[in-house]
Design a protein around this ligand. Structure first.
Ligand code: HEC
Length: 52
């Protein structure tokens, strides 16, 4: 899988987590109090340990 495809999946996954569990339309909405975004898991790492 190309990195571009993978990145696309990551964005899709992040959006789905927010919609499904936090009921936010967008993690980047100013109304989002609780949300996950790239930093939630990555914390600056390219390959974060999967603990979910
Ligand atoms: C729920 C946790 C989680 C979230 C949220 C998340 N990621 Fe990831 N991401 C991971 C994990 C775990 C890996 C490592 C997979 C592996 O090493 O096989 C990864 C790997 C990647 C990689 C591949 C790195 C490489 O060089 O192979 C990219 C690019 C990436 N994430 C981008 C993003 C972006 C952009 C976002 C935000 C839209 C995001 N991720 C949000 C967990 C997450």
């Amino acid at each position: 899988m190309s990195n571009r495809t993978f990145q696309h999946l990551m964005i899709k996954m992040t959006m789905e987590i927010n919609e499904k569990y936090f009921h936010n339309a967008s993690a980047y909405s100013t109304k989002a109090v609780l949300a996950v975004n790239c930093i939630t898991c990555h914390n600056g790492k390219a390959h974060p340990e999967a603990k979910f």
